[in-house]
Each structure stands twice: as C-alpha cells, then as structure tokens.
Ligand binder design. Structure first.
Ligand code: TYD
Length: 352
C-alpha cells in the first residue's frame, strides 16, 4: 500500500536530504513537498529527483490555511521540517521565526485535527536547542527528553513554542503527533550561513573563518542522513505523543571543528579570525539518544569523524557552482548586516 506523506520545507537542507533518502529507501512512499522557497530553500537541492513519479512539489506557505488544509486532506501523514533555523538571523529579527515556526506549525496542527482521518500521524522536527545550554562540567551531562525546556535564543524560543503547541494538540485533541529533537547536523546542501559550509566555502574563496568568542562552545554533530533515518523510524514506529532525542555522541568544541576543517582543506590556523561572540551563545549541547536507540533500534552509522566531516568538506569543494549561486544575492545583504551589527572587527565573511 502506498503511503502519501506531506513534507514541509523539503527544499531546505534537512528536508531535501530527507526527500532524497525517503525516495531511495521507502519505495511505497509518495511525497508531496510544500515549500515557500524563502531564502534558504533551493530547487537545485532536489534537481536529481524532480521528475520522480513519486515526488510532487507545491510552492506555498505553511501559514496558508486553505492550501495546507487541501494538502493535508490528501495525505496519510505529515513530516514537518519547514522552519526558520538560523540563530544569528533570529537575533537580528525574531518576527519571521514566530510567523513560520509558531503560527505555521499551528496551521498544520489545525489541518491535521480537521483531517484526523485519513492523517495517521505528524512528526514535528525540532531541535535540541529548546533545552537551552549545558555547562562544560560535568562532562557526562546530556539533554534527555524530560530535561526542562529552557530556550535561550529567539530561534530556540520559537521552536520551543511550536513543540509545546504540538504537545498540547496531543493532550487536548488526542492527535497522533510526535516530536524529534536533533543535535547539530552536517552534510551536503546546507545553507552556507551555518558554520560548516560557511567555513569550508570561505576557505575555498581564500577568506578567513570567523570563530565566535573563545571557540570553546561545544556542539554535538550528526550527519544529516543519520538524522533523516531517525525521523523515518519515528514516523514508522514511534509511540503516539512521544518526544525522541536524536544525536550521535559526537561532541566537539568549535575550535576542534575549525581545526579539522582547516586540516581537511590543507590550511593553517592563520586562517582563523576571532570575532565578537554571539549574544546569548549557548555553551554546550549534548544529546542523550538512548530512548530512540532502545525503543526503535535506530543507530547513527554515518557520523563518524574525521571521515564523515572530510566527506562533507569534499562535497562543498566539488559543488562549487551550487554554493557560489547560493552565496550571491540575498546572502550578501545578510552578511553585510550581520557584520555591521558586530561592529568591532573586520568581518572576513563580509569582505568581497
Ligand atoms: P551554527 O551553525 O549557527 O549552529 P547553532 O547555532 O544552531 O549551533 O553554529 C554552530 C556553532 O558555531 C555555534 O556554537 C556558533 C559557532 N559559529 C562560529 O563560531 N562562527 C560562525 O560564523 C557561525 C555561523 C557559527
């Protein structure tokens, strides 16, 4: 039997990787991708599957209630990736984060409620950032699914709000909705405002890499396809109303990450430019993913460093046309603003 899924935000980084993964790994899935094609979406991310008979693209917003209602009515399940996701942008202007992440999620929930049958379930793809930050010590502290929500950036607060709306939809209306909270993703097709593609593409352009603060903030890195596999498992086998953390036990300081990228690119530490720290910069994220591992048998298999990071670096080196197009236009405007805001340094990312 064919399962028809509505995927929101399928032209972004994680959504496009998910669509490619699902078309290859789930022959009985048919996918409709609803994407509003905002700055970080890119039709090129899915050029290789655009003609697949099991894939359909609809341009539109998750805030368009009539459109969402029509699409949800025609599907068996929803996987909700669409979101504004960049912390630094949310510091400049939180409003788009409230519109997409909070209001957009509620629009979807309203439609799922109206079409409870045929819709089997909805997976809401969230982030570990809703838990706030961990201190550097003790080193074995991790976010668990019952860790209190304590977001620190406008971005994280908007995702936390959407998570709570999803929870409420389950408790109040009995909807079959689930939440995933993943750690930092790396892999192909990531928009180069995020640290890995930003640093790799800067180095190819012979620019320095802007490392925030003391460089000792810790992130827990997972390959995007391990994340996608986990989301598919949650859709297929997760418990109604449950939250699942997703991570690959791969904690690194930003300095370690930067050194690894520099090594992979054959460049030295002189390419690092220390810049003013991000306001409210969370010190450390670390995920305890024992629930999804124990209950659903999911394991990360593609996130092993340094190999997985080196493969990702190579992907950006080999797809120069892709990121050069992305790094023009609106991207430049953002960077000019970003570095005007920081003010007290010669932002390498804004040069040229
Ligand atoms: P980012 O990719 O923005 O993801 P998130 O903020 O969601 O974790 O940033 C990852 C880490 O890299 C974060 O600690 C901030 C740091 N960082 C820099 O040091 N320089 C940069 O130019 C960027 C974008 C991020």
């Amino acid at each position: 039997m064919i399962t028809h899924l509505l995927i929101t935000g399928g032209c972004g980084f994680i959504g496009s990787n998910f669509i490619r993964y699902a078309l290859a790994e789930r022959p009985d899935w048919q996918l409709t991708n609803l994407d509003c094609m905002s700055y970080s979406a890119n039709a090129e991310n899915l050029a290789d599957v655009a003609d697949d008979a099991r894939y359909r693209f609809v341009e539109g917003s998750i805030c368009d209630a009539a459109l969402v209602d029509r699409l949800v009515a025609g599907c068996d399940g929803v996987i909700h990736f669409a979101a504004e996701s960049h912390v630094d942008r949310s510091i400049i202007d939180a409003r788009p984060f409230i519109d997409s992440n909070v209001a957009g999620t509620q629009t979807l929930l309203d439609a799922v409620r109206r079409h409870d049958d045929p819709v089997r379930r909805m997976v809401h793809v969230s982030t570990d950032e809703v838990y706030g930050e961990l201190p550097l010590e003790p080193t074995d502290a991790r976010f668990r699914e019952d860790t209190p929500i304590a977001p620190n950036s406008p971005y994280a607060a908007s995702k936390a709000a959407s998570d709570l709306l999803v929870r409420a939809a389950h408790r109040t209306f009995g909807l079959d909705v689930l939440i995933t909270r993943c750690s930092n993703n790396f892999g192909p097709y990531q928009f180069p405002e995020k640290v890995v593609p930003l640093f790799v593409t800067n180095l190819i352009e012979d620019r320095k890499v802007p490392l925030y603060g003391d460089g000792l903030n810790v992130r827990d890195w997972i390959h995007v396809l391990d994340h996608c596999e986990a989301v598919a498992a949650v859709f297929e086998r997760g418990a109604r109303g449950a939250v699942y953390n997703i991570g690959a036990d791969n904690e690194r300081t930003n300095l370690e990450l930067t050194q690894m990228i520099l090594d992979a690119m054959g460049r030295g530490p002189e390419m690092i430019e220390r810049v003013t720290d991000r306001p409210g910069h969370d010190r450390r994220y670390a995920i305890d993913s024992s629930r999804i591992q124990g209950e659903l048998g999911w394991r990360p298999t593609r996130s092993q460093w340094p190999e997985a990071l080196e493969d990702t670096v190579r992907w950006y080196v080999e797809h120069e046309q892709w990121w050069r197009r992305v790094k023009s236009g609106e991207y430049r405007e953002y960077y000019e603003r970003q570095y005007r805001g920081r003010g007290d340094h010669q932002g390498s990312a804004s040069r040229g």
